[in-house]
Design a protein. Sequence first.
Length: 227
Amino acid sequence: MGALTFIEARETVLRTVRGGRTLPVVEEAALHECAGRVLAEDVRADRDTPAMARSVRDGFAVRAIDLPGELEVIGEVRAGERFAGRVERGQAVEIMTGAPLPDGADAVVMVEHTVRRDGRVAIDRSAEPHQFINPRGCEASVDEVVLHTGTRLDYSRVALLAAFGRPRVKVYARPSVAIIATGDEIVEVEETPADFQIRNSNAYSLAVQVARAGGLPQVLPVARDTL
């Protein structure tokens, strides 16, 4: 049999590896240690997100039907707070970005489009119901799968784990990859090569690539022809 071409050799290696592979062992990783790991379970939302309708602008929470017009300002609500009252006809509540929408309001008007004076706010334009509002559950509904098995965890997905209360998560164990260079002309990095030799640089380049792909590289001693 003649020598294999590069394509034939590559396909032979891939076919052999695929034929003998099994699923890696599953283990748990803490939130601060799981970057770059691959999920071994589906992750579901533990609640609607956002948990209630919230404003996406600084401004005033109003009833769209009352605009344009001048409204009584009956209070304010900031992110991290909840307005205890209710917006009735002719009323408005000053609201900050991220704050929950008060009961009775169905729209938010940006502060740039208002004039505040003497406990009232004048708004000279109409508003559409639901404008500048993120409705409850618009990002995820309770029990919805937000990350699927097989997902590699990057910074944004680690943030999702934290947002849905997952301090630990099941991941696949990292594959161990042995790297061995062959050739009588190759010497170890710490050795001084003769003029007909080269140092084992490729093995360490491959080790970095294995690590970047999520594996655990192990560089073995150079293999030489002993015959």
